[in-house]
Design a protein around this ligand. Structure first.
Ligand code: GLU
Length: 503
């Protein structure tokens, strides 16, 4: 193992990347950058039954969007490639030999039916030191029988021989010392019938050959760590440092966050949209829901780590500086969809107005609406303070056309016999404005009420109704500024013609 920090993210392309996986990749990224180390993307694609086309591409797209950069990857290459396990068979074949020669692994010829039978007899049956003697393998059969079976090309797998009564200690950076007993482990398959390695074997061979210094991965892999540690010992290799990250939990804290939780709670759990090829089902991603990539980075950074201060908004370079393994929590971190929105709002509010105007223009364009810079600027000023997402700022149909419908409740409650007269008077008053901006409109509006002794409640809701059709919304003064006096007057006239007092 070299002294240089080298960490890896090693997804299996079995589906879209859940935010738990993205968080693991992010922590590896932060740790690598903080320590001037290397970050490697390795695709663990030896399980051909679970292989999902497009998953690898999806994974890479997610990282491109988030700005998580790998120093070595299938796309980029590097000095320790190939970076896809399906292209690394020669290494596994080479290294399984040592385990076989030393008696730490053995051939097992049991058919899947025979194994299924055993499991049917007893649900917690496992292949281990107690049972292996009664199974068909190179430990229970004599050498000649094994040779014959191999010569006859009998299908086999290679299993690890877990030693009896051995204590296996893992030193985990998050959890400290974790002790396992070898009796808790089973003789896992290392090489499958198709000749390809299983995850466990390929993973340790590659981590060793790629000189990985720290294995930073989800807690669900902690139970595999003793097997991995043993395999390193059998190979005579030093194991990397272990760092098992806390699980990301459901919003209520009970159990691991799943895509089903996202469906129920109507929040994303994948970074980008994903379509399930067999069912055609589509899941929205954070991107499509309007999250900024830098907000998602910030959200994920805080799911399992905190800086120990009140500071919650962290740009990537600040994370590079402050991130540390010591401040990773050992208990699960609940995903809070409201807090996620809060983060996005913070990022939106902090955007420079010029940048936000351009983003907003694009957003309008996506919705088939062409809007010039000065209008986009006005809409931005109108909608920004309440918005969590840029798409919410485009919910301004009233900017483009006069309302077709008027909010029923406001009509019923506020539109009185005398309303048209008040609105007409106000409409005429608008001609006297020397400057058309939010402040001048507001001050004129207020003096008009005072002068005419009209209450706010008699004019404001009806004016809003006439201009926007809505019962509530953003600053009416700003809306008049955006519409302009003439358009506002036109809308007041239309409303007066269409709406009639109901009592
Ligand atoms: N291929 C494993 C996964 O899909 C990698 C686990 C590990 O990091 O060791 O998560």
């Amino acid at each position: 193992m070299s002294d240089k920090v080298r960490v890896r993210f090693a997804p299996s392309p079995t589906g879209p990347l859940h935010i738990g996986g993205v968080r693991t990749a992010l922590y590896n990224f932060l740790f690598a950058r903080k320590n001037e180390g290397d970050l490697i993307l390795r695709i663990e694609d030896t399980d051909q039954k679970r292989f999902v086309p497009k998953a690898e591409e999806y994974i890479q797209h997610c990282f491109d969007w988030l700005g998580i950069e790998f120093d070595e990857s299938p796309r980029k290459g590097g000095g320790y490639g190939p970076y896809k396990q399906s292209e690394r068979s020669e290494f596994y074949n080479q290294h399984i030999k040592k385990l076989m020669d030393d008696g730490n692994a053995y051939y097992a010829f049991d058919t899947s039916d025979q194994l299924a039978e055993k499991r049917a007899e007893s649900s917690n049956w496992t292949y281990n030191a107690v049972t292996r003697g009664s199974m068909k393998n190179s430990l229970s059969l004599d050498k000649a029988q094994v040779r014959t079976l191999l010569e006859q090309n009998t299908p086999y797998v290679i299993r690890v021989k877990i030693p009896e009564n051995k204590e296996i200690k893992i030193i985990d950076s998050v959890r400290g010392e974790v002790v396992f007993q070898s009796q808790e482990l089973d003789d896992k398959v290392l090489i499958k019938e198709d000749g390809l390695p299983t995850y466990h074997f390929a993973n340790i061979v590659d981590d060793h050959l790629m000189k990985i210094s720290h294995v930073i991965r989800g807690e669900e892999w902690l139970s595999s760590a003793p097997l991995h540690q043993l395999l390193y010992e059998f190979q005579g290799w030093t194991a990397p440092k272990w760092v098992h990250l806390p699980l990301i939990m459901k919003p209520n804290g009970k159990g691991k966050l799943s895509k089903r939780d996202g469906e129920i709670g109507n929040f994303p759990v994948f970074p980008l949209e994903w379509m399930d090829q067999s069912s055609g089902a589509i899941w929205h991603g954070f991107k499509e829901d309007g999250y900024f990539p830098e907000a998602l980075i910030n959200i994920l950074a805080f799911l399992g780590w905190n800086p120990g201060t009140e500071k919650e908004i962290y740009a990537l370079d600040e994370l590079f500086r402050d991130f540390s393994l010591e401040r990773i929590n050992s208990s699960g971190a609940s995903f809070n969809p409201d807090k996620a929105k809060w983060y996005n709002k913070e990022y939106l509010q902090a955007k420079k107005p010029e940048e936000l105007v351009l983003i907003l223009k694009d957003e309008f364009e996506k919705r088939g609406k062409d809007i010039d810079n000065s209008k986009a600027q006005q809409v931005m000023e109108l909608m920004k303070s309440r918005a969590h997402f840029v798409h919410e700022m485009t919910e301004v149909d009233f900017v483009f056309a006069h309302p077709e419908n008027y909010d029923e409740k406001t009509q019923r409650k506020k539109w009185k016999e005398g309303t048209p007269e008040i609105l007409s008077a106000y409409s005429a008053e608008l001609n006297k404005l020397s400057e058309i901006n939010e402040a001048s409109i507001e001050s004129q509006f207020k003096s008009f009420l005072e002068e005419k002794e009209i209450s706010m409640g008699a004019l404001m809701p009806n004016l809003r109704l006439a201009l926007t059709g809505m019962g509530s919304g953003p600053s009416l003064y700003k809306i008049i500024e955006i519409l302009g006096v003439e358009e506002a007057q036109k809308r007041i006239n239309i409303a007066i013609a269409k709406i009639h007092a109901q009592d």
